[in-house]
Ligand binder design. Structure first.
Ligand SMILES: Cc1cc2nc3c(=O)[nH]c(=O)nc-3n(C[C@H](O)[C@H](O)[C@H](O)COP(=O)(O)OP(=O)(O)OC[C@H]3O[C@@H](n4cnc5c(N)ncnc54)[C@H](O)[C@@H]3O)c2cc1C
Length: 458
């Protein structure tokens, strides 16, 4: 992992500040589109001044138990650096290539979120550049309003250049234990009841099978098995096969859902589909539509994994996804993370299973935000625990997304905005506080310099 000193960081920082100050029009981040985990179109970047953060990919050092790093450090690099001190970040989003800046300005959650909240909740302060080119340090005590508004604002308020990440002691292995349910509500209730467990997540596996998967430190690591190796089946395939109790190395556990990108890989890297796509050239083609539907219950075979497993990292799968025409891709895939309070969790899971017909589903309990985070999806009524329902599958009709957004609105939930949205302007600002947002954009000189959230989301 490349490291550098604070003064080296400062040199790049002054250059970026000057670039922003001198830019005439709107400024956007220059980011290789195939490296991003956002699934939205990014043609809003066309014709804008592009700010190159590519030098900002270093760990700067430790301040007590906080790891100070630049925004393009990836989760895999962050974990490797923290492990050198026998620690890990308190939240590690599941894909190895998610960056610290993306997890902060977008959304970052995982199976520690029932104790710790979202990734931004473990970042007590960060350095930002405002639209006038000024550099500020924001924290829970300083420039609080901006500090709380940045998570989920997708770069529309300020550019983050240095982030402090809370770490916790690491251990070598995780003991996984599955608790099986046939009742949706019972599983949702279990997941949204506070527990003294290290890691907790759930899966709706189809056919009235629900799984709460908990992980704690393994005290007998000699019986450990690896997961996530290129030739192995994906983690979700093991769970579907009922293999829910095992002891796995910690780093394998943290990135257990990377290979196959949860399970979206089955659509993006299926040999027949790939050939059909290359010969037809678009996902809207009837032949591809038919193939997609027929694959809904099929999983890569051991042979396929053995031959093509190396291609199934989330990084490579996203590179594939970003080659698709986004408008068409959004007609076929429903990739959303929706947060609902515990009281409405079972109803939303029912909606996802029965009306959206998506299976499996990821069910991740998340602590409700304790601060007024303007855009964060964890800032909704209820708690202390909310449920994030990850719907990663095929859209069954052109209305699927609209239907999901309407259902979520009725249940007073919020979704993560990294993905496609079909809200109208009015619907969107019924969910978020427009007055507070405009005021912040004016106060911190973002208006006229950074695109607004609507320009990015719609
Ligand atoms: C199928 C799927 C599953 C997912 N599962 C999970 C999951 O399990 N856990 C999880 O945490 N997340 C998950 N995500 C969401 C993902 O974490 C977010 O999309 C995250 O924002 C991606 O980070 P990135 O590094 O790719 O950021 P990018 O896509 O590069 O950036 C995200 C946004 O943040 C802004 N931004 C990035 N860096 C900066 C900066 N330095 N300053 C200002 N603005 C900045 C960008 O402009 C952009 O709007 C999932 C997404 C998908 C599609």
């Amino acid at each position: 992992m490349p490291t550098r000193t604070l003064s080296e960081h400062e040199q790049d920082l002054s250059h970026l500040c000057r670039q922003i100050r001198e830019a005439k029009g709107l400024v956007c981040l220059k980011r290789n589109p195939s490296a991003s985990h956002q699934t939205r179109q990014v043609n809003y970047k066309n014709g804008r001044t592009l700010l190159d953060l590519s030098a900002m990919r270093h760990v700067i050092g430790w301040e007590g138990d906080l790891l100070l790093c630049e925004p393009l450090v990836t989760m895999e690099e962050l974990v490797a650096e923290a492990l050198k001190r026998g620690r890990i970040p308190a939240i590690v989003p599941e894909f190895k290539e998610i960056t610290v800046g993306g997890a902060l300005q977008g959304v970052g959650l995982e199976s520690s979120s029932h104790r710790k909240g979202q990734f931004n909740d473990i970042c007590p302060f960060y350095e930002v550049i405002l639209g006038n080119g000024e550099r500020h340090l924001v924290s829970r005590d300083c420039e609080q309003e901006l500090y709380h508004a940045l998570p989920g604002s997708y770069g529309s308020l300020a550019i983050t250049t240095l982030i402090a990440v809370e770490t916790v002691p690491s251990f070598s292995h995780v003991e996984l234990q599955g608790i099986h349910f046939h009742d949706r509500s019972a599983c949702c209730d279990y997941l949204t009841t506070p527990q003294n467990i290290e890691f907790l997540e759930g899966f709706a596996l189809g056919n009235e099978r629900y799984l709460a998967l908990q992980g704690n430190q393994c005290l007998a690591p000699q019986k450990a098995t690896h997961i996530g190796r290129p030739m192995q089946k994906w983690f979700i395939q093991e769970l579907l096969a009922g293999k829910t109790n095992s002891c796995v190395p910690l780093v394998d556990y943290l990135f257990r859902l990377d290979r196959g990108a949860f399970w979206m890989g089955r659509y993006l890297l299926h040999l027949r589909l790939l050939i059909a796509y290359l010969t037809c050239g678009n996902v809207a083609d009837a032949k591809i539509q038919e193939l997609l539907k027929s694959m809904e219950h099929s999983w890569p075979s051991r042979w396929f994994c053995a031959l093509f497993g190396w291609l199934m990292t989330s990084k490579k799968l996203y590179q594939g996804f970003h080659q698709l025409d986004k408008k068409q891709a959004h007609r076929f895939f429903l990739i959303q993370d929706s947060f609902v309070n515990g009281k409405h969790a079972a109803e939303f899971v029912r909606h996802a299973e029965e009306e959206q017909k998506i299976s499996p589903l990821w069910l991740c309990p998340v602590q409700k935000s304790k601060s007024p985070q303007l855009f964060s999806p964890q800032n909704i009524e209820g708690g202390p625990l909310l449920l994030n329902v990850g719907t990663y599958g095929l859209a069954h009709s052109a209305e699927s997304l609209h239907h999901l957004e309407q259902t979520l609105a009725l249940l007073k939930g919020r979704k993560a905005l990294y993905s496609h949205s079909c809200y109208t302007r009015e619907e969107f600002w019924k969910i978020y506080d427009e007055t507070a947002y405009r005021k912040l954009r004016a106060t911190y000189c973002a208006a006229g310099k950074f695109l607004s959230i609507e320009e990015k989301v719609f």
